[in-house]
Design a protein. Structure first.
Length: 526
């Protein structure tokens, strides 16, 4: 079998880059000013204008002598400062959580443009006819910088009420009244605060290997069973991680779930009494997918009657949201056995699930398209599944009967949909928070896509009787859902490819345990 490699790769933090850019901008500015001033005879910080350090000629400007031998250094510093200032603001727009809105970025770019004009058109007497350009640059740099600082502070204070944001707002407000040096002080201070509040990346859990379940992206907070004993060091790490994001949790309330393959999940109560779900990425490669999921959740939430996670904290190190209503319909006990907490055959459950899926599948794909989720046409649905199977067959020893079954299914168009819908991708009771047989909340939208609607029925088809499945479909169709003659059979075939999904996941992570589990499911006779 060909060598199996991990596809995981690290993703640098945009917040850290922004902080570094702002700190460098202030340091470049201050060091260049000090250097140029040291070579300027009788330069006075109180009396001389800093623009004079960028004038190349020896001359009298009013009643002040201008003689800046290192004018090139100062003008380069003006340019570099503006570039770093704008770059920092742009990096802040790429933060998964509370990205800066465009109006703030335009102010930062205005500041950079002003610095460029100051550098290119100096304020010397020989540029008398272009003096207005230099003054315009000074105006843009001054007000662009101040307004950027103030608006960042106000914006962040409104969005997140923690120590970091209060400091940034105070620094921004003060920057407008202190003078030109306040921008440099603001850059240095705000950059340092950003760096100091960056969370420490969670240490890989060496004690608990995630158990393989039917949930290849398992990030569900199973509140009955499935949680592991929490060590003091683990509790401390989680508490410090939450605190670094402005969330003050009671360490005594932390319950950790190790079932998830992509995320370690903890449930904890904040000091104000609100319970939170904390999702901690196990690997850097899950961050990009989580960013798409976060955007999707914001788009889909207003169109569903059930609750979905409201990611109030979302960084490369932590996702956190208030605990949703309901109890998991399915959990795993400490012996690894499934525990059902409602009657899957109940008529009320068929109605509730049919209502939810009809509502989800009726959402216009254009509403969620901007989130970046995968979108497939009917032809692409089948082609994608064929490619997935082919890749797994090429990498693993797959039982012949499975290969023959899948090939026959792929070659028969009557199984396959003629339309696509917005889908969750893994609707099953571990992702459904219930009140008895009624769905209240739906978790874990990592696999959401515009694709085959049968994806959301395949686990249900495998879990209930034919009568209960038919009752769900009737309710689904009554509420506007669409099916076709071989819909139920197609759901069964889709579920039969669950080992393929596990094989793909194993190829992605390169984890030896995942690979062995995939081998066992793809060729159970061995």
């Amino acid at each position: 079998m060909p060598e199996i490699r991990s596809e995981a790769s690290a993703t640098p933090g945009s917040t850290a880059r922004a902080a570094i850019c702002w700190i460098l901008a202030s340091m470049v500015y201050l060091l260049a000013e000090a250097l140029a001033a040291s070579a300027f005879p009788h330069y006075s910080y109180a009396m001389n204008d800093i623009s004079g350090l960028g004038v190349p000629d020896v001359e009298m400007l009013g009643d002040r002598a201008i003689d800046s031998t290192l004018h090139v250094v100062m003008n380069i510093a003006f340019l570099v400062h503006g570039l770093l200032f704008a770059s920092a603001a742009i990096y802040m727009t790429r933060r998964p959580r509370v990205p800066l809105p465009v109006p703030i970025i335009t102010r930062a770019i205005t500041q950079a443009l002003g610095m460029a004009l100051i550098a290119v058109v100096n304020g010397g007497a020989q540029n008398n006819s272009l003096g207005w350009v230099h003054l315009l640059g000074a105006f843009l740099a001054f007000f662009g910088g101040h307004l950027t600082a103030i608006r960042i502070g106000i914006f962040l204070l409104r969005r997140r009420r923690n120590r970091l944001m209060r400091r940034s707002s105070l620094t921004g407000v003060l920057s407008v009244v202190i003078g030109m040096y306040s921008i440099v002080v603001w850059e240095l201070l705000f950059g340092a605060v950003l760096l100091s509040r960056l969370p420490i990346a969670p240490v890989e859990d060496c004690h608990h290997s995630p158990r393989l379940t039917a949930d290849p992206h398992g990030s569900s907070p199973f509140r009955k069973g499935g949680h592991m004993p929490t060590t003091n060091s683990e509790t401390t790490t989680i508490r410090e991680l939450a605190e670094s994001h402005g969330l003050d949790i009671d360490p005594k309330t932390i319950i950790v779930n190790e079932l998830g393959l992509d995320f370690q999940v903890a449930i904890a109560k904040a000091v104000d009494g609100q319970s939170w779900v904390l999702r901690i990425p196990r690997r850097p490669d899950v961050t990009d997918r989580a960013t798409v999921e976060g955007r999707f959740l914001r788009n889909i939430a207003p169109h569903l009657s059930v609750a979905v996670p409201d990611w109030q904290i979302h960084t490369e190190y932590l996702i956190a949201y208030p605990l949703l209503p309901g109890e998991p319909g399915l959990t795993i006990d400490e012996q690894g056995q499934p525990q059902w907490h409602f009657d899957v055959e109940a008529a009320e459950y068929a109605e509730s699930l049919g209502d939810f899926l009809a509502e989800l599948h009726s959402v216009d794909p254009s509403i969620v398209r901007s989130s970046g989720i995968a979108e497939y046409s009917p032809a692409e649905v089948k082609a994608h599944k064929r490619d997935d199977i082919a890749r797994v067959v090429a990498e693993f020893d797959v039982e012949q009967s499975l290969r023959e079954r899948w090939n026959a299914w792929l070659d028969d168009d009557s199984y396959w949909p003629k339309f696509t819908t917005v889908t969750h991708g893994e609707v099953y009771p571990a992702h459904q928070l219930m009140d008895g047989p009624k769905n209240l909340s739906i978790l874990d939208w990592t696999t959401a896509a515009v694709g085959d609607p049968a994806r959301d029925f395949m686990f249900h088809h495998a879990s209930v009787s034919a009568e209960a499945f038919d009752a769900t479909i009737r309710r689904y169709v009554e509420n506007g859902g669409q099916v076709w003659p071989k819909f139920a059979a197609h759901c069964g075939e889709l579920f039969s490819t669950s080992p393929v999904e596990l094989g793909l996941y194993a190829l992605q992570t390169g984890d030896a345990d995942h690979i062995e589990a995939a081998k066992a499911q793809l060729n159970p006779s061995k």
